[in-house]
Design a protein around this ligand. Sequence first.
Ligand SMILES: *[C@@H]1O[C@H](CO)[C@@H](O)[C@H](O)[C@H]1NC(C)=O
Length: 331
Amino acid sequence: MCLISLFATLVSLCSSGVFGATEVSVSVSVSVMKGDSVTLHTNVSELQSDDIIDWMRKDNLIIAEVKNNKYEIKNNTPTNGVPDRRFEGRLELDHKTGSLTIKNITSQHEGTYILDIRGRHLISKNFTVTVHDVVELVSVTEGDSVTLHTDVKIQKDDVIQWFGNQGTLIADLNSAADSRWSNIHLNYETGDLTIRNIRRDQSGVYKVEINNTTMILHRKFNIIVGAAKTVSVKEEELVTLHTGLTDIQRFDLILWKFEDHLIAEINKGTNQFIVCENAEVRFKGRLQVNEKTGSLTISGSETTDSGDYHLNMSNKMCTLHRIISVTVKGE
Ligand SMILES: *[C@@H]1O[C@H](CO)[C@@H](O)[C@H](O)[C@H]1NC(C)=O
């Protein structure tokens, strides 16, 4: 009995690297929002009793450690005799995995965190943490279709979670969507979230959290949904279709289409500003695009100008599609 159990222990020691040292060394970039709670993962599924863990700041100041099955968070270790209270009440150490959570993070907590595990597991990791406060403002009109981009190249095993304006999980790349909102769609290739035919009660702050072995990325989008306006004019009057922008610089590409025909394009990348009048003979000489706002004006409107106008605006953070129905009434 004893022999077998000793043998089994030896085998498990060998295979887990104490004698052969298969050390894991990883750098993780962490970019999160002010006020977030972020977990720096050891990626150990279960610590063994002989594992020793040090969590350190770059200056080698230990902020948390595990030794002889004892877990300790050092909340205010003095630096040069001055207590450092930056972490007070904000750190949590997971007893099963040794992962460290920093709650309510602020710019004071930016910098490099070093994880060092010795024992049954041999792991060293560097986490470079940056904290930002930029909320992407997305101003839309009810009925628009809005796509929020992850703006990262998605790889297998990435964890991507979207949280809605109530703070609850609304889409998860790795599990079936548990969505009360039937107008939400997750793109499994890009991780992008699309809200089709957006409603006014869907205004608010949305958040995406992306996790993989080398990256933690949190982003927020503040979607403001304004009331839809119908456009109805009399023949010969001016029709102005608004983008709602004060500065078109925010978008890389703006397209105006009438039914299926491209009638205007503003392309920041190629610096092009095109009114495609030839594509639609009927608008000849009557279209104008505002260089500041991207809004489209049709002069001398005719009843045949009635119909659906499509506006597409995109940048690397989001894409927006709007349909504006125009009615031009005859005398
Ligand atoms: C988060 O930290 C800030 C100060 O950095 C504090 O004012 C705020 O009350 C904290 N929020 C929570 C929920 O603990």
